[in-house]
Design a protein around this ligand. Structure first.
Ligand SMILES: O=C(O)CCC(=O)C(=O)O
Ligand SMILES: [Fe+2]
Length: 359
């Protein structure tokens, strides 16, 4: 059950970095710590992860992609945004300022680079092909090495998430390999996200280029760039940049900020895992405040990275850890014989998401 809280716990994954692997007691300790956070706040920070990618690596890849001309990005747009394209699920989605000013973001999504063979593909009965291959910019606009880096990052995120899932299995009194069937043809998604800066003044007044523009008054309504929601899958592992803005809701309805911690990953439970745990784990509501528009000119004291982030808004990179489309997901409690087919659960949720529906 969710609780009242004012900050998130930091879970130190250093034992997973150990070349000889964690000891049994380290695994038990981690498992019980994850159980504690996921049954209360549903969210935590992870530090000392076994990833070989630093934040600078990850946000460098995101910036490189979003810096492509819009015309190049639109060549990768999902069919709902660009009728001539064949990709329905993977690829780019543009900002849609006319539709949802509180849900303003552009994104690029990739799945596993291991192609799923047609014979093992579940029957297609929808406009979305959840296991379609990734789409990439052409080699003359985007280096092959960046594509390979993103593929490697995906694969490291999948391994880290799988290690966490084993710890969650243990915490629910099951063997570490209990959820392994979930990983067959896993549909996990790596999403690069860019939230453009939000102009807090009425849209017809000129945008101030003055770095000293005062922040909005506390009485101003909260400007969002991602509306309150829960995630749909097993776990989400989020890289956020230092802009800030992510907030999670406690059981009293209060929005608690999740400030940036260098080199950390924010992890949270998705709807599916809440169900699998028999309601023990909480899928917590979260939202993102819009980054303020402050067109700060670079000064000598600022590093390039900070200057470009301020100018360009907020970047984040969630990794949605998901089972295979045909995976039947059941609660670990005895009375959930029927379960839910993951692909059906996903398609039902997708109908409400701006990432898949153009205005
Ligand atoms: O950008 C963020 O920090 C969070 C994004 C998010 O919650 C999502 O894409 O589901
Ligand atoms: Fe989310």
């Amino acid at each position: 059950m969710s609780t009242i809280f004012s900050s998130l716990t930091i879970v130190d994954l250093a034992p997973l970095q150990n070349a000889s692997g964690p000891s049994i007691s380290e695994l038990q300790q981690l498992s019980s710590q994850l159980h504690d956070v996921f049954t209360t706040t549903g969210f935590a920070y992870l530090v000392n992860t076994p990833l070989t990618f630093t934040h600078a690596d990850v946000f460098g890849l995101a910036l490189e992609f979003f810096n492509l001309p819009l015309e190049e990005k639109m060549k990768l747009a999902k069919q709902s945004f660009h009728k001539e394209n064949h990709n329905t699920y993977r690829g780019y989605f543009p900002t849609q300022p006319t539709e949802a000013s509180d849900n303003l973001k552009e994104g690029f999504e990739i799945g596993s680079s291991q192609a799923i063979t047609t014979s093992s593909k579940p029957r297609q009965d929808s406009t979305f092909d959840l296991s379609e291959p990734n789409v990439w910019p052409s080699e003359d606009t985007y280096p092959t090495s960046s594509r390979q880096r993103l593929e490697q990052f995906y694969s490291e995120m999948q391994s880290l998430s799988s290690a966490l899932l084993s710890l969650l299995a243990m915490s629910l009194g099951k063997p570490p390999s209990f959820f392994e069937p979930y990983l067959t043809h896993s549909l996990s998604t790596l999403r690069l996200l860019h939230y453009p800066p939000c102009h807090t003044k009425p849209s017809d007044s000129p945008i101030s280029l003055d770095a000293d523009t005062p922040p909005p008054e506390p009485s101003d309504p909260v400007k969002l760039s991602c509306t309150p929601h829960t995630d749909s899958g097993i776990l989400t592992l989020l890289h956020q940049d230092s802009t800030g803005g992510l907030e999670v809701q406690d059981s009293a309805g209060k929005w608690v900020p999740v400030p940036y911690i260098p080199e950390s990953i924010v992890v949270n439970i998705g709807d599916l895992m809440a169900r699998v745990s028999g309601g023990r784990f909480v899928a917590t509501m979260h939202r993102v405040r819009a980054p303020a528009a402050r067109m700060v000119m670079k000064t000598d004291e600022e590093d390039d990275d900070a200057a470009s982030r301020t100018k360009f808004g907020r970047f984040s990179v969630p990794f949605f850890f998901e089972p295979g489309e045909g995976c039947v997901v059941r609660s670990v409690e005895e009375d959930d014989a029927e379960g839910v087919v993951y692909g059906e659960h996903m398609r039902a949720k997708m109908k409400t998401w701006v990432e898949y529906n153009s205005s």
